[in-house]
Design a protein around this ligand. Sequence first.
Ligand code: FAD
Length: 408
Amino acid sequence: SAGVVVAGAGQAGFQLAASLREGGFRDPITLVGDETALPYQRPPLSKAYLAGKTDREGLFLRPPGFFAEHAIAHRPGLRAVAIDRDARRLQLSDGTGLPYDHLVLAAGARNRPLPVPGAELAGVRQLRGLADADALKEDLAAARAVVVVGAGFIGLEFAAVAAARGVPVTVIEAADRPMARAVSSEMGAFFRRAHAAMGVRFAFGAGVTAIVGRDGRAAGVALADGRELAADLILVGIGVLPNRELAAEAGLPAEDGVRVDAFLATPDPAISAIGDCARFPSPFARGLTPDGTVRIESVQNAIDQGRCLAARLTGKPAAYGALPWFWSDQGPHKLQIAGLSGPGDASVVRGTGDAVSVFRFRDGQLSAVESVDRAGDHMIARRLLAAGTPLTPDQAADPDFDLKGLAL
Ligand code: FAD
């Protein structure tokens, strides 16, 4: 039998392979990945690894021996280039083809390019993989002034690391606050103050029109309002694009992510998709998107989808309904999010000062909880949201209300 072939050896692809073996799957498993390293975790790339607190080995999801031990063929440095659905073959960049019984698309996402002149100059960086992180680390060690384009999670995590090294940092953001797409304005305001306290400067409502070069290297960033900010290191963190081309070119629906059903299957029963590249229906997306589907970029989602698909492929099918959760470490602060919120969701703040949670409500129902340095609230929120336990905004706002009791 040709077994399971996985295109993409990242968090989701690795998890699927490991969970298949755990579930007793006996057929061959092949992980095809275009990176050269063993499968690794990305979160530390903008946190502990960048700050020099974790080494390369600390990133690997399993030691090298794991793959042979579990008969998982890891084929690094190879790209999947096309799917022959009729022949059930995955075409690879070295000209060979791999037959499959089941093909799993786990190709993740790539950084959205900054569409301005000068974006290709030396000193302009993006961060997605280990190679990016190594280059960025080297540049940071020599940097005299840093500009971050985009106040999203990765940009802000990087800004905090750079500021902690004493390098002047300015974050440029088109919206009027940090993490505008992902968190409430209340939580955005908290992190705006927190970053200011770390020495990070912001330019909100600002658009980048060009990267200014000198002697073939980036020397600054030109803004739409005419300002020019000097910088010898520019990190662009303006979001990602799902790697959907393999599916799209094979005739599978893949606008903004490879379309899958609640069981993570594409319309071709021999092909599934998981992780950052997949767009799926979520019970937590009700009222959030027009068709109730989402694409989620998180470790939780990659792991839980890997597990869910492995269960189906070993004869225990179940619809994917895991609660989304996420974290981001920015300087001394830990942001944790449970659930999925939209910009229109109402906010109720619990706690004061340095540690707060923002409870979000959509159509009167709890949709998400954003916590900063309140790990207890986060764990309670995960339970409440997963169980669908009713909570009113008044209860959330009342500091004497026994949230923990409600979650038990
Ligand atoms: P990936 O891990 O990206 O793996 C996909 C793999 O497929 C990659 O190796 C890619 O190179 C490869 N590939 C792509 N196309 C092909 C092809 N055609 N052929 C072969 N291989 C291919 N999430 C959190 O929850 N918390 C965090 O704090 C957090 N921090 C992050 C920090 C950084 C710097 C980054 C980049 C991400 C972070 N994330 C975080 C997100 C999280 O890492 C991703 O959601 C997760 O890695 C998704 O797993 P995946 O397997 O879908 O994609």
